[in-house]
Design a protein around this ligand. Structure first.
Ligand code: NAP
Length: 412
């Protein structure tokens, strides 16, 4: 909890509770956070909030039920009043439209904040505008704590730490391979993707740079993919440079790198590389073509307009029962920074969530909030600022493991 937020009405206020991700997050809180947690579900539609509250009561009748707060985020007085009642705010609003208003209210109100924003140019704007103010206020603004980019950031943090503990060596590269990533998007995600396509071309280009969100710049040193976008790793097998989230996750992981002791904690030559697992070089080529087609569709406005017609609109998403039946899985190796890559010590790590990415996002948001409320042990000795999921370190890993997530790290 930030220094001046004790004695508030709520431990958590969930803003955007009526949206697709918001409702799943509310359900995760109801099922898994302590039954005496004091919490509120907030939004602008009392009809939707009442419906959600009734569902939550049916789900867990014996716990403290959430209080309904009617708030239109664009009404500053309503927003600041609600934010000041809580120790922490989970924000799952449409970030493009009203995201910064919630952050400003949290910094002003001394209320810690957590979200699942993933659009890199927007996150960079928030860092430029709010990082210093949040540091000074001792308020945590924890960004991207969802299916993107929390597991990637935590696997990296955990692997780097294990490598240093076991071999006293820093890390040269973390190679992450996405094994299973269902791709049924929610309306909010579709809207974010469409907005990305509309970002100014110069900003779009700059935001692809690996250290765009980091306070310092590193260097890409590792060998990358071949002509066909494929790479072979002795531990992970054949990989293709076709992960749709690689740029976003890399920017977040590199922010963690840059914030932790100016890059020295992970090592001065560290870099993060993300791929998708491929069964063969030919399969890797097809995966690349598929990813290029999706990127093209998002870049060209006539194709975006067609996609907008067939994809879900804000508030909608995949059938929650179907989403629950998916699996979201990845593995990674951390390679020590030595003169010889082939003999360098390695750490292998693995993450598997028994549900789709939206259920995983709900789990990360709720468990990240619990970590901030009940433990608030931040890596690097910081007390506030625009931070990344790895700043919650082992405490968040332990919490996410307790809700059936597989998360393991071992020396090879
Ligand atoms: N990076 C990740 O891992 C990840 C994962 C999941 C989602 N996301 C992101 O999370 C965001 C939400 O996604 P979603 O699919 O859950 O969206 P959604 O279903 O459209 O929900 C948006 C929520 O924002 C609320 N809202 C919008 N304007 C508001 C205002 N002025 N005042 C109060 N509430 C307002 C909506 O309220 P109403 O119900 O009243 O309209 C709704 O509750 C998107 O930006 C998406 O990209 C990221």
């Amino acid at each position: 909890m930030s220094a001046n937020s004790s004695g508030r009405d709520y431990d958590i206020v969930l803003i955007g509770a009526t949206g697709y991700t918001g409702a799943l997050t509310a359900e995760h809180i109801a099922k898994h956070l302590p039954i005496n947690l004091r919490w509120s579900i907030a939004g602008r539609s009392s009809r939707k909030l009442n419906g959600l509250a009734a569902r939550l009561k049916d789900l867990e009748p014996d716990r403290l039920q959430p209080v309904i707060e009617i708030v239109d985020v664009e009404d500053k007085i309503q927003l600041t009043t609600v934010i000041k009642k809580a120790r922490l705010c989970i924000s799952v609003v449409s970030y493009h439209h009203v995201g910064p208003l919630v952050i400003e209210a949290c910094i002003g109100g001394g209320t810690d904040y957590i979200d699942t924003a993933g659009t890199i140019p927007r996150i960079r704007q928030w860092i430029d505008e709010y990082h210093r103010a949040a540091e000074l206020a001792g308020v945590v603004i924890l960004i991207s704590c969802g299916a993107f980019s929390a597991p990637h950031d935590l696997l990296t943090w955990s692997s780097v730490r294990e490598l240093e503990k076991s071999s006293s060596l820093k890390t040269k590269e973390l190679i992450l391979s996405v094994l299973k990533m269902p791709s049924d998007p929610s309306g909010g995600t579709v809207e974010s993707m469409m907005m990305r396509g509309g970002v100014d071309a110069k900003v779009q280009y700059e935001s692809q740079q690996p250290w765009y969100l980091s306070p310092i710049t590193g260097q890409l040193k590792s060998s990358s993919t071949n002509l066909f976008g494929a790479r072979y790793d002795p531990t992970l097998g054949t990989l293709s440079a076709s992960s749709l989230s690689d740029v976003q996750n890399r920017a977040v992981v590199h922010r963690t790198w840059g914030l932790l002791d100016g890059g020295k904690a992970y090592g001065p030559n560290f870099q993060y590389s993300e791929y998708k697992k491929a069964s063969s070089t030919l399969a890797a080529m097809f995966q690349m073509l598929n990813t290029m087609a999706i990127r093209l569709m998002l870049a060209l406005s006539p194709l975006r307009a067609i996609a907008a017609i067939v994809l879900p609109v804000p508030g909608q998403g995949p059938d929650p029962a179907k989403e629950r039946s998916y699996q979201f899985e990845m593995e990674a190796v951390a390679i020590a920074d030595t003169n010889n890559d082939s003999t360098a010590p390695r750490v292998y790590s693995r993450f598997m969530y028994p549900g789709g990415p939206y259920h995983a996002t709900a789990a990360f948001l709720a468990q990240g909030a619990a970590s901030l409320i009940y433990t608030r042990k931040l890596e690097g000795g910081v007390s506030g600022g625009c931070l990344t999921p790895a700043f919650l370190g082992q405490d968040l890993i332990d919490r996410i493991q307790r809700v059936s997530t597989e998360f393991s790290t071992k020396m090879l």
